[in-house]
Design a protein around this ligand. Structure first.
Ligand code: RP5
Length: 166
């Protein structure tokens, strides 16, 4: 990946406190050589910024948005309301309700405005990054090959260590 590559993936989150979770999306994109943009954009604390960010996302060259939020997690849905880009929602694990609140806030979108909802927490963030890469790979053969290699490596790791005790 060239340093000058304009990111096609935006990773946004409601708070700096979401970063330890959302870093997992960044980590898999790093591993797959996909450039990304990272920014805190809060649906509740910075609503005008969210509208501006999502409303200009296509013009800014983004092709996928990964959005993570916890609690009353309205960020992914409100981002999706302002852009036709695929929005992958990550429910961050909240302290009070263990992310059940985040999950339900993100997943129950009304018909006609879609958010692809991932699992609660780090695995969801990782898979959101992976899915963003898989979307881009439809028009990027080199990235598709890197994803295939990642999957083969993952499978080999399991097959090479079948004994659960070691
Ligand atoms: C949400 O509120 C954020 O996405 C975060 O998960 C949660 C708590 O935010 P902080 O109070 O830690 O900033 O908007």
């Amino acid at each position: 990946m060239a340093a000058t590559d304009k990111p096609k993936v935006a990773i946004i989150m409601g708070s700096k406190s979401d970063w330890p979770t959302m870093k997992e999306a960044a980590d898999i994109l790093d591993k797959l050589g996909v450039a990304y943009h990272v920014e805190v954009v809060s649906a509740h604390r910075t609503p005008d910024k969210l509208m501006e960010f999502a409303g200009s996302a296509v013009d800014n060259g983004f092709e996928v948005i990964v959005a993570g939020a916890g609690g009353a997690a309205h960020l992914p849905g409100m981002a999706a309301s302002k852009t036709r880009l695929p929005v992958l929602g990550v429910p961050v694990q909240s302290k009070a309700l263990s992310g059940q609140d985040s999950l339900l806030s993100i997943v129950q979108m009304p018909r006609g405005v879609s958010v692809g909802t991932l699992a609660i927490g780090g695995a969801g963030a990782f898979n959101a990054g992976l899915m963003a890469a898989q979307i881009l790979a439809n028009s990027d053969a080199d990235l598709a090959a890197r994803i295939d290699a990642f999957r083969e490596e993952q499978t080999k790791t399991i097959l090479d260590g079948p004994d659960p005790r070691v």
